[in-house]
Design a binder for this molecule. Structure first.
Ligand SMILES: CCCC/C=C/CC(=O)SCCNC(=O)CCNC(=O)[C@H](O)C(C)(C)COP(=O)(O)OP(=O)(O)OC[C@H]1O[C@@H](n2cnc3c(N)ncnc32)[C@H](O)[C@@H]1OP(=O)(O)O
Length: 322
């Protein structure tokens, strides 16, 4: 069926629903259980649904699912999926959340209608608080290993993601939160928040694959200073050192990412292969040493001194409220 003609022969061929992709609008109409022969005519869509055209159009263009702390919104007009972390209070990455992110990213990767992903947060003031410290404090041995393996798997998937990924950093983004953002292809951050690898402040050591990303972005000298001191950069500082690509007022973060995405009109194969060439050395390095990496993580976490410092850090977070 051609866009521009009404299949119901109502004579309104001049006012088709203006979708760029006729097949997509057909699919959207089917999900609303319209007989396919009713497609494209605004007059008939309105008379059947009783909705305004704008409301109908909004339903055609997006689908939203929410599961295990993640909201996935698919805009079928732009092919952009927004993956929003929604796990109060601070989007900390625990075992189940990491597994959920891994699974969801896999589904998005397989979605032929998706060309890009925006990673963001549904919580106020927080992008992601990093790893869930309670997973590392007085841990169960088996769960600790599973937790770390899930982080490795999720990171490999995100970092090697073949489609374009952009981080809309709408709040604080320490440690593992910074890792998520750094793994995306482009980063837009809201003003007046912080981002960085602050692990030493917790008495732990960022693993090599976190550090590799940092050095790749900041360079050796700045990484040495920032990592040893556990520095968290303000949004404005992060922009200066290249940790993020743009800093804008909070309400402009998502529109800015969307605008940037609309400007990335690059042939998908060429862009994806170039990204792969640049990144595979890092994720393959981890993939080939996953067991060793897990063992050194477990070894470090089980040190008495590390447990003491983690306990104190957790307590200091709780004491903030008092
Ligand atoms: C080889 C080892 C390598 C290990 C690598 C680790 C990488 C990591 O990601 S380690 C985690 C580093 N994360 C942090 O240091 C962030 C700590 N949190 C904060 O700085 C602040 O919470 C915040 C700036 C993110 C938010 O501040 P806000 O004032 O809005 O909220 P809070 O009152 O501080 O927190 C609310 C609530 O959440 C708990 N919480 C915060 N962060 C974490 C976390 N990462 N894991 C677990 N729980 C966390 C905090 O204790 C509060 O809990 P209660 O409501 O029960 O008091």
């Amino acid at each position: 069926m051609r866009a521009g003609t009404c299949a119901w022969n109502c004579g309104r061929g001049g006012s088709p629903l203006r979708y760029a992709n006729a097949e997509r609008s057909m699919a959207a109409l089917r999900t609303l259980r319209f007989p396919s022969c009713l497609a494209f005519c605004r007059k008939h869509v309105n008379s059947i649904t009783g909705r305004s055209f704008a409301k109908c159009q909004a339903r055609f263009l997006s689908s939203v699912t929410e599961r295990d702390g993640l909201q996935v919104s698919h805009n079928s007009n732009t092919g952009v999926v927004t993956l929003s972390m929604n796990k109060p209070p601070v989007n900390s990455l625990n075992l189940e959340f990491l597994q959920s992110m891994h699974k969801t990213l896999g589904e998005i990767q397989d979605d032929q209608d998706c060309r890009a992903v925006i990673l963001t947060s549904g919580l106020t003031n927080i992008f992601c608080a990093g790893l869930d410290i309670t997973e590392m404090y007085q841990p169960d041995d088996k769960r600790l290993r599973e937790f770390w393996t899930s982080l490795q798997d999720m990171w490999i998937r995100l970092y090697s993601f073949p489609k374009t990924t952009m981080a809309a950093i709408t709040g604080h983004s320490p440690a593992g939160g910074a890792l998520l953002a750094m793994s995306c292809d482009y980063r837009v951050m809201a003003e007046n928040f912080t981002i960085g690898l602050n692990e030493t402040k917790l008495g732990i050591v960022a693993p090599t694959w976190f550090i590799d990303l940092y050095v790749g972005i900041l360079g050796q000298r700045l990484s040495e200073l920032a990592l040893q001191t556990g520095k968290l950069f303000t949004s404005e500082e992060a922009l200066k050192v290249g940790l993020v690509d743009q800093v804008v007022p909070l309400n402009d973060v998502i529109p800015t990412v969307e605008k940037e995405l609309s400007e990335w009109k690059i042939p998908a194969l060429a862009r994806g292969m170039t990204k792969d060439v640049l990144r595979r050395i890092y994720w393959r390095k981890l993939q080939e040493t996953q067991d060793v990496d897990t063992e050194s993580f477990v070894f470090l976490i089980k040190q008495e001194k590390v447990q003491q410092t983690l306990g104190l850090y957790l307590q200091s977070l709780k004491n903030k409220k008092k």
